[in-house]
Design a protein around this ligand. Structure first.
Ligand code: ATR
Length: 274
């Protein structure tokens, strides 16, 4: 019998995870299948218990359920600190364990670009769920973080939380230009620039310097306005493709114990984004 995996979210129809994971299963000759399930907040507990009862191997959790899911699973320590889960493992029938692989995904994506975050000054735009995962990961890896958010209170709150693992300071959207000048890496975790608002950007090229690494976690479009601005400033653009692939690859490893075929997953996602 096939082992079933999936992603729970709402909306979830356009998720690229099913194609990416199914391509990996097929490449490794595994008799498994991954499907997208539309689940809203009020149904999440039933959906998780149902999937567990039916013998699912595991699920990913996406918008808007990542925080809600914490209530119903046992979490590993990193996911507890982040306050959100994106991966649930059902392997042990009596226990559902929640993980967060977004931060590791970001670290692997940045590492692919030849960047080590240790002792680097990083300016992070946004203080939502994705930002939380990235901030905990990079603070833990020894970076110095400044978290800038449109709603300043959220940046301050996140910085306080992150201080338990490393260095972080929170601010509103002020003085960003000066802060970029002192930064090695700029990371956009906001939804600004995402399809269909592809002309939007928080920062433009005149405030960037050559050698600055500009990482945008948005992957639709692959080249956001922010990354175009980075290119024209001689900065180093890193798009959101590999963070998405690696967060999935880490989940795959948790569920199956196997190393997934990264290139196959990447090419499948690229094909979908064309
Ligand atoms: P995710 O899970 O993808 O991180 P989220 O938790 O909803 O999504 O967070 C969205 C982030 O994008 C927030 O930091 C949000 O800023 P606010 O806290 O001020 O809402 C940021 N964001 C969304 N639209 C924005 C905009 N037009 N300008 C600046 N920041 C924006």
């Amino acid at each position: 019998m096939k082992t079933v995996f999936g992603v729970f979210g709402d909306p979830v129809e356009h998720s690229l995870s099913p194609d990416m994971h199914n391509a990996a299963f097929s490449e490794l000759g595994m008799d498994s299948i991954y499907h997208a399930f539309r689940v809203d907040k009020k149904s999440l507990e039933y959906a998780l218990n149902g999937a567990n009862a039916m013998g699912f191997g595991g699920v990913n959790i996406t918008v808007p359920l990542k925080q809600e899911a914490l209530k119903f699973v046992n979490t590993d320590p990193l996911a507890s600190k982040i306050g959100a889960v994106n991966t649930i493992d059902f392997r042990n029938e009596n226990d559902m364990i929640g993980y967060n692989t977004d931060g590791v995904g970001a670290r692997r994506a940045i590492a692919d670009a030849g960047v080590d975050v240790k002792n680097k000054n990083i300016l992070i735009l946004g203080a939502g769920g994705a930002s939380r995962a990235i901030c905990f990961q990079f603070a833990n890896d020894g970076a110095d973080l400044i978290i800038a958010n449109r709603t300043e209170s959220k940046a301050l709150e996140l910085a306080e939380d992150v201080k338990s693992v490393g260095n972080a300071r929170g601010i509103g959207f002020s003085n960003l230009e000066e802060l970029i000048a002192e930064s090695d890496i700029l990371i956009n975790t906001t939804t600004v620039g995402m399809h269909p608002n592809t002309k939007d950007t928080i920062i433009t090229s005149e405030h960037m310097h050559s050698g600055l690494v500009v990482f945008d976690i948005v992957y639709n479009p692959l080249e956001t306005r922010l990354l175009k601005e980075a290119k024209s400033a001689g900065a180093i653009p890193v798009n959101g493709l590999m963070m998405f692939v690696y967060q999935g690859a880490e989940a795959f490893k948790i569920w199956t114990g196997e190393n997934p075929p990264i290139e196959v997953m990447k090419n499948t996602v690229l094909e979908e984004l064309k």
